[in-house]
Design a protein around this ligand. Structure first.
Ligand code: UDP
Ligand code: MG
Length: 148
């Protein structure tokens, strides 16, 4: 089944939003397949956001991501990449709909509490980057109650 990479950014950790964010993905019916807290090194943050290296906000973005521990996760489920992005909301919290994580829990684009992969290929790359050790194999016993 499809997997995506989700990261709770340093502001989300500091603000005590880890449980709230995990709860939203869990309650939707997605399966948690990887989870760890990490202090990200500058070079690793630059690699994760390499596609944005030419952007004017890149330096500030890297500073933000290395400013404290983050929570890295792999979530699995049907269309989890696209649906995960919908749960997260628009990049700028000012444009994120109420009911989304950023719409409900954030104000500014540079403090938008969460990252989610934007494509299946991006998710594959990000999961490989963040979880080189692999992830735990387990099957949710509620599967037939979530999927028809
Ligand atoms: N960002 C920013 N200023 C901008 C655009 C993006 O600070 O003008 C930050 C923001 O935290 C965002 C991250 O850079 O989440 C990555 O940008 P991207 O366009 O990939 O947005 P996302 O995929 O996170 O919605
Ligand atoms: Mg992105």
């Amino acid at each position: 089944m499809e997997q995506t990479f989700v990261m709770i950014k340093p502001d989300g950790v500091q603000r005590g939003l880890v449980g709230e964010i995990i709860g939203r993905f869990e309650k939707k019916g997605f399966y948690l397949k990887g989870l760890k807290m990490v202090n990200v090194e500058r070079s690793f943050a630059e690699k994760h956001y390499a596609d944005l290296s030419a952007k004017p906000f890149f330096a500030g973005l890297v500073e933000y991501i290395i400013s404290g521990p983050v929570v890295a996760m792999v979530w699995e489920g049907k269309s989890v990449v696209l649906t995960g992005r919908k749960i997260i909301g628009a990049t700028n919290p000012a444009d994120s709909a109420p009911g989304t994580i950023r719409g409900d829990l954030a104000i500014e684009i540079g403090r938008n509490v969460i990252h989610g992969s934007d494509s299946i290929e991006g998710a594959r790359k990000e999961i490989a980057l963040w979880f080189p050790e692999g992830i735990v194999e387990w099957q949710n016993s509620l599967h037939p109650w979530i999927y028809e």
